[in-house]
Design a protein around this ligand. Structure first.
Ligand code: FES
Length: 146
């Protein structure tokens, strides 16, 4: 599948629906993430209960890649444990850096695999990882001792 059709698929499914772009009730973590290359910002909201990500959503602005990637991530992490969400984020980083290429391994990323070709577009990598780094910071920040 060519890059154009991958973009189309992602934009159609995620950008048009905006279903993951809103505020959530009673978030337990809210964190802003900034793409230093362009200054675009998103704000990630998570509600955790018993170590599980019960609900998640984001708001903010950015290019189509950043928005679609964040939306796909939200779909993927809802209902997962924090540890599993971190594992998926690391797998995503590995894919985007072109370090993890094994298709069986990448299957866990589900729709996020559609962003694989971003690894060949260095200027867009920061867009693709914006939501995922914000997630990582939100979870790791919470795990720091008080
Ligand atoms: Fe700003 Fe992609 S250009 S997030």
């Amino acid at each position: 599948m060519g890059l154009e059709s991958i973009y189309t698929q992602i934009l159609t499914e995620h950008n048009n629906s905006n279903r993951n772009k809103h505020h959530i009730d009673s978030p337990t973590a809210v964190l802003k993430g900034v793409n230093p290359s362009c200054g675009d910002e998103i704000e990630l909201e998570l509600r955790e209960k018993d170590g599980m990500i019960e609900d998640a959503a984001f708001t903010g602005i950015g290019c189509a890649i950043s928005q679609a990637s964040a939306s796909i991530m939200i779909d993927l992490i809802k209902g997962k444990t924090k540890e599993e969400a971190l594992r998926l984020a690391n797998l995503f980083f590995g894919m985007i850096k072109n370090e993890v290429k094994d298709e069986a391994e990448l299957e866990d990323l589900d729709e996020a695999v559609a962003l694989k070709d971003i690894s060949h577009m260095p200027a867009r990598v920061k867009c693709a990882v914006l939501g995922w780094h914000t997630l990582e910071d939100a979870i790791n920040g919470e795990q720091k001792p008080e």
